[in-house]
Design a binder for this molecule. Structure first.
Ligand SMILES: NC(=O)c1ccc[n+]([C@@H]2O[C@H](COP(=O)([O-])OP(=O)(O)OC[C@H]3O[C@@H](n4cnc5c(N)ncnc54)[C@H](OP(=O)(O)O)[C@@H]3O)[C@@H](O)[C@H]2O)c1
Ligand SMILES: *[C@@H]1O[C@H](CO)[C@@H](O)[C@H](O)[C@H]1NC(C)=O
Length: 376
């Protein structure tokens, strides 16, 4: 049986789903000759670690207890340490984690799985790369920081996987890597990579006012608690940056042109979410409606897309033919078209659900299994 020791950072919607998947896949993984040995789990303030990281693990009972505690909104500190595990708080965490990485990285191997939504994990990730550890990310922030951080993280390309950073579980990164590694030059990528904005754009196409569409998207749970986090385009820009860097562009987030669907005067430093949704957003309805109408006169539709082509890397609204992979898109699906020498007239199109805890966590789990050959 091959053992894959791992540490999970972040037990929010995705991290918890991942723990649940790992527990429920035990017998499937045993048939594949693999055992995922969770030696540590942390959230923003605490770290739970097996008492002996060489020989012990956090058993399934403990992992499910971690999920219950976090779902309750409590801290991992409420888990009373037994003989099996210890719990550490805040200031001790980075040192503890580096110690474990130094112990296991080059002996048994160790995978760091980042399901947090924080840029604070970058420091630890940078360190453990040199200690022989593997990295699996759902978190986009480490890959969208400085070029220096990026170079560090990808310095051992076989030891990093980050499929779920773009399009959740969709095989976007793997497909691009296959095209790139055989020397087929990618000259254009166009994608709709936000489930929320995909939904919003296809609903306004049907004539519904933007304000109403955003409110129903929020109540359906499609948006962040503050929908401006989706409407501003930053999350899509991070995905665009990850794709552009994969293609070899040495650029930063601030060189990406981002169109926000709301003006600065309606920003979160100016008004609350309630004020934005209550009054302000309806002032944006007319303009969008006019743009939708104008596009339809040309047989086109509006989509919120990311485009990477030549030196261009931008995210925003574009007018696209109704009868194109992106124009046909409905609802909250993601779609990505990749144009290269081999996929020139007929792009490679990847489409499907591009969000959700379940799909995202499945993508992370598949990434972990994908690096199994690196473990003794
Ligand atoms: N949900 C999706 O559909 C989806 C799709 C693709 C990618 N993603 C990405 O997946 C990641 C996780 O998403 P989510 O929805 O699960 O987020 P979430 O519910 O906000 O959970 C984030 C978790 O990370 C923890 N955390 C924060 N700072 C940390 C730190 N410094 N070290 C360790 N853990 C830390 C939080 O701890 P506390 O509990 O203490 O606050 C929380 O448990 C995000 O980066 C997101 O962009 C999500
Ligand atoms: C994902 O998990 C979060 C946190 O538990 C939850 O609020 C959200 O509704 C979940 N999303 C979906 C689509 O199930």
């Amino acid at each position: 049986m091959k053992n894959i020791p791992l540490i999970l950072m972040g037990c929010g919607g995705v991290g918890r789903q991942l723990l649940q998947h790992m527990v429920s896949c035990r017998s499937l993984h045993a048939k594949l000759g693999i055992h995922l040995r969770v030696v540590g789990v942390c959230d923003s303030k605490s770290l739970v670690v097996a008492s002996d990281v060489f020989s012990m693990e956090l058993g399934d009972e403990i992992l499910l207890e971690v999920c219950r505690v976090k779902l309750d909104g409590s801290s991992l500190l409420t888990l009373s340490g037994s003989g099996e595990f210890q719990v550490f708080a805040n200031s001790e965490i980075p040192k503890r984690i580096i110690d474990i990485a130094a112990l296991l990285g080059k002996s048994t191997g160790l995978a760091f799985v980042d399901c947090s939504a924080s840029s604070e994990t970058i420091g630890v990730l940078n360190r453990v790369v040199d200690l022989g550890c593997c990295i699996v990310l759902a978190n986009k922030k480490p890959l969208t920081s400085t070029m220096e951080d990026y170079d560090k993280l990808v310095s051992y390309p076989r030891r990093i996987r980050h499929e779920s950073t773009v399009g959740a579980g969709l095989p976007v990164i793997a497909s691009l890597n296959r095209i790139i590694s055989c020397g087929d030059p990618v000259h254009r990528i166009i994608g709709s990579l936000s489930g929320t904005l995909g939904y919003v754009m296809s609903e306004v196409e049907d004539g519904k006012p933007l304000s109403q569409v955003v409110k129903s998207a929020k109540s359906l749970g499609y948006t962040e608690p503050d929908p401006r986090d989706d409407l501003g385009g930053m999350d899509v820009a991070r995905k665009a940056l990850i794709l552009a860097r994969l293609l070899g562009r040495r650029i930063n987030l601030d060189s990406i042109k981002i169109e926000s669907l709301y003006p600065e005067e309606m920003g979160s430093s100016v008004m609350s979410t309630e004020e934005f949704l209550g009054n302000a957003i309806s002032l944006l309805d007319k303009n969008i409606q006019e743009r939708v109408h104008k596009a339809s006169l040309n047989g086109n539709v509006l989509r919120y897309v990311c485009v990477i082509e030549g030196s261009r890397c931008e995210v925003g609204i574009q007018e696209l033919p109704k009868n194109s992979p992106l124009g046909r898109l409905r609802g909250s699906d993601n779609v990505l078209g990749i144009y290269s020498r081999c996929y020139n007239e007929q792009p490679l199109v990847i489409q499907g659900a591009g969000a959700g805890n379940d799909t995202t966590a499945s993508g992370v789990l598949a990434d972990i299994l994908d690096i199994q050959d690196l473990f003794p």
